[in-house]
Design a protein around this ligand. Structure first.
Ligand code: SF4
Ligand code: SF4
Length: 113
């Protein structure tokens, strides 16, 4: 087994976080509750489909991008606990070891169908 260089801490690998895009409403609760500010998302408004006849037109936010920066993530699970739509969950897959710092900023979307 390869040992880390003397004087350095061994690399710690964590479970990742999975996002079910079909459940995410872009409410940004996870973004504001994350103590490390490492979740970023973008969304856009679209008309709510299938409104009853005569109903006033309304819009809802549709998710475009969602990233977690595992370089600053504390693995505290607050985002998972706070999501009111159960769109986030722990994933047994480990965060891949990065080659460069930017590799730690990832889209956690997982297909669930
Ligand atoms: S596990 Fe904690 S630090 Fe990491 S993204 Fe979720 S709330 Fe933020
Ligand atoms: S709290 Fe849940 S539903 Fe709201 S933006 Fe985050 S993942 Fe999506």
């Amino acid at each position: 087994m390869t040992q880390p260089p003397e004087g350095t801490a061994p690399a710690v690998r964590h479970s990742s976080i999975a996002l079910d895009r079909g459940l995410c409403t872009s409410c940004v609760i996870c973004v504001v509750e994350c103590p490390a500010w490492c979740i970023h998302l973008t969304s856009h408004p679209e008309p709510v489909p299938d409104l009853p006849p005569g109903a006033r037109m309304r819009t809802h936010q549709v998710l475009d991008t969602f990233t977690i920066d595992y370089g600053t993530c504390l693995y505290c699970g607050i985002c998972i606990e706070e999501c009111p739509f159960d769109a986030l969950a722990w994933d047994a897959r480990l965060v891949p070891p990065p080659v460069v710092r930017a590799d730690l900023v990832t889209d956690p979307s997982r297909p669930t169908d």
